[in-house]
Design a protein around this ligand. Structure first.
Ligand code: AMP
Ligand code: ZN
Length: 484
C-alpha cells in the first residue's frame, strides 16, 4: 500500500516497523464540547485507514488520547484551558464535562460506524509518564524552567519544522496576530511542557510535580500516551491538518529528543471539512453535529458516505445540498442492493477475489475511497448472481463501513411486510414519470405505518421525505409524489 507521508512530502510504500503489528496513534478529541462533523471527518477517514490495514491482514494496535486537560484556547499556549471554559459554560465540574462529552463523542462514533480504538486513554490518567519525559528533557538540556513553567527549547534541535518549509516569521508561535507573547520563552517557538504558573489561577485539575503543583501542556499528552501503550516507535500517526503545526511538530521535537531516535514513520493528515463561508466552528454559525443531522432527517451513515466520496487529502465543502445528494445516492445504492436475491446460488469465489483485487488496487493508492465507492457500483453491474454480489459487497464494506447489507436487508424486510399486508395493491405515482426506489420504499413504509395506526412514524417518514424535497399527496389507495 502507498500512503502519503506528510513528513517526507510524498507517497511512500507502507512497510511497518515490526512484521507482526502496525502501531497506530490518533490524536483524540478535546472533550469540552460536542465534536462537529468536521472533527468527525478526520475520525471517519482514520477509521477507514485502520479497517483497510486490517483488511490487508495486518494486526493493528490503535491508541487514541482523550484531551481532558491542558489544551488552551490558542494552540500557542495562551488563553484559557478549553475544558475549564466548557465547565464554566455549563456550570459543571471539569470531570463532569469530560465524562459527558467523551460519551457523546463515542455515541457519534457508533452512529458513524467508527470503530473504537483498541486503547482510549484520557490525558489525566498519565501524569507520571509526562513527568518522566519532562525530567529527562530537562536533564539532557532540551527543556528549561522559566517563570515557574517548563518549556521545550526548540533552539536545541537541528530541524524543528518537519511538515512544511515554513516562513519562521509567519508561523512562529507567540508572534501570530492576536496571540500574546510569553516573555518566559527563550525562543519564539518554545512551548510549554508543564504549567505551574499561568495567567489563570483557577485551573481545576492540578498535580504535584518536581517543578511545583501544575498541569501538563497539550502536546506532551500524545507523546506520553503513545509511548505508554505503543513503546518507543510508531508506524502511523494521524490527525487533521491543523494538528501539523504546532501540535505534531512539537510532539516530534519532544519525543525524538527524549528517545534519541526517530519516533514515527508515517504521518497521515486529513484535510478539513469547511462550510461554504469558511472554517467550521463550534461557536460561530450553525454548530454542525451528528445530532443536528439526525434532527434534520439524515442518516449519519449517509454523512460517512459523503466523506468517502472525496479523497481524504482534499478539503471538502459541506452544504446541506451536498449532503442531500449524498443521502439520495446512498438510499438508491441501498435500494439496489435490497433488490439482489440473497440466496440464488453459490458464491463465485473467483469473482469475489477479482473484485477484491480491483478494490485493493484503488485503496492501495493512498486510500482512494472515491474509487473504492465506485467499486461498489461496479459490483452491482457485474455478471454474477445475487449471492456473489452480496458477498463482494460485504467484503468491501468491512473497510468502507456503510452497513450496506444490514440496511439493504432492513429495507427488503420493510418492503416485504408492506406487500404482505396489501401494500402491493398500493399505487405510487411519480408525477414526473421518473421512479425512485428509495423514495417509493419510504412512501410504502409510511402507508404501512398508517395502516398500523403508528401515526407518529407516518409523520416522521413524511418529514423525512420533505427533507429530501419530496412532496406527497395521498390519493385513493395510493400516493402521488413529486420533487419540490
Ligand atoms: P479537537 O477536538 O479540536 O482536538 O480536534 C479533533 C480532531 O479534529 C483533530 O484531529 C483535528 O485536527 C480535527 N479537525 C478539526 N477541525 C476539523 C475540520 N474542520 N475538518 C476535519 N478535521 C478537523
Ligand atoms: Zn496529539
Amino acid at each position: 500500500m502507498y500512503l502519503y507521508n506528510s513528513a517526507s512530502h510524498k507517497k511512500e510504500e507502507f512497510v511497518p516497523n515490526h512484521p507482526d503489528i502496525v502501531k497506530m496513534y490518533t490524536c483524540g478529541p478535546t472533550v469540552y464540547h460536542y465534536a462537529h462533523i468536521g472533527n468527525l471527518r478526520s475520525y471517519i477517514m482514520e477509521d477507514v485507514l485502520e479497517k483497510y490495514l486490517r483488511f490487508l491482514g495486518y494486526h493493528v494496535k490503535r491508541v487514541m488520547n482523550i484531551t481532558d486537560v491542558g489544551h488552551l484556547s490558542s494552540d500557542a499556549d495562551t488563553g484559557e484551558d478549553k475544558m475549564l471554559k466548557g465547565a464554566k459554560r455549563e456550570h459543571k465540574s471539569v470531570m463532569e464535562i469530560a465524562r459527558f462529552y467523551t460519551d457523546a463523542f463515542f455515541d457519534d462514533c457508533r452512529k458513524l460506524n467508527i470503530k473504537r480504538p483498541d486503547v482510549v486513554e484520557p490525558a489525566t490518567n498519565c501524569i507520571d509518564e509526562y513527568i518522566k519525559i519532562i525530567t529527562k528533557l530537562i536533564d539532557t538540556g532540551y527543556a528549561y524552567l522559566a517563570g515557574g513553567n517548563v518549556y521545550f527549547d526548540t533552539s536545541k534541535l537541528k530541524r524543528y519544522y518537519i511538515f512544511n518549509d515554513h516562513n519562521e516569521e509567519d508561523l512562529a508561535v507567540g508572534v501570530r496576530e492576536g496571540v500574546e507573547e510569553d516573555a518566559n520563552k527563550r525562543n519564539k517557538n518554545d512551548f510549554v511542557l508543564w504549567f505551574t504558573k499561568s495567567k489563570f489561577e483557577d485551573q481545576a485539575l492540578k498535580w504535584d510535580s518536581p517543578w511545583g503543583v501544575g498541569y501538563p501542556g497539550w502536546h506532551i499528552e500524545c507523546s506520553g500516551i503513545s509511548m505508554k501503550h505503543l513503546g518507543e516507535d510508531l508506524d502511523i500517526h494521524c490527525g487533521g491538518v491543523d494538528n501539523m503545526f504546532p501540535h505534531h511538530t512539537n510532539e516530534i521535537a519532544q519525543s525524538e529528543s527524549y528517545l534519541g531516535h526517530k519516533w514515527t514513520n508515517y504521518w497521515v493528515h486529513v484535510a478539513h471539512l469547511n462550510t461554504a463561508d469558511g472554517k467550521m466552528s463550534k461557536s460561530k454559525g450553525e454548530f454542525l453535529t451528528v445530532s443536528l443531522l439526525e434532527e434534520k432527517g439524515y442518516d449519519p451513515i449517509a454523512y460517512r458516505f459523503f466523506c468517502l466520496q472525496s479523497h481524504y487529502r482534499k478539503s471538502l465543502v459541506f452544504t446541506w445540498e451536498h449532503l442531500d445528494n449524498a443521502q439520495k445516492a446512498f438510499e438508491k445504492l441501498i435500494a439496489r442492493i435490497a433488490a439482489l436475491a440473497p440466496d440464488d446460488g453459490a458464491v463465485d469465489e473467483a469473482a469475489l477475489a477479482q473484485y477484491r483485487e480491483k478494490f485493493v488496487a484503488q485503496m492501495d493508492n493512498d486510500l482512494n475511497t472515491p474509487n473504492g465507492v465506485t467499486a461498489l457500483y461496479d459490483v452491482l453491474k457485474a455478471p454474477a448472481n445475487g449471492a456473489t454480489k452480496r458477498a463482494i459487497l460485504a467484503a468491501l464494506d468491512a473497510v468502507l463501513g456503510l452497513r450496506l447489507l444490514e440496511k439493504a436487508d432492513a429495507l427488503r424486510e420493510k418492503n416485504a411486510k408492506a406487500a404482505a399486508s396489501g401494500g402491493a395493491a398500493f399505487t405510487i405515482v411519480a408525477e414526473d414519470g421518473v421512479g425512485d426506489a428509495a423514495v417509493e420504499a419510504l412512501i410504502r413504509a409510511r402507508a404501512e405505518a398508517k395502516r398500523a395506526k403508528d401515526f407518529a412514524e407516518a409523520d416522521r417518514i413524511r418529514d423525512e421525505l420533505k427533507a429530501q424535497g419530496v412532496e406527497l399527496t395521498d390519493i385513493p389507495n395510493g400516493a402521488k409524489w413529486k420533487r419540490g
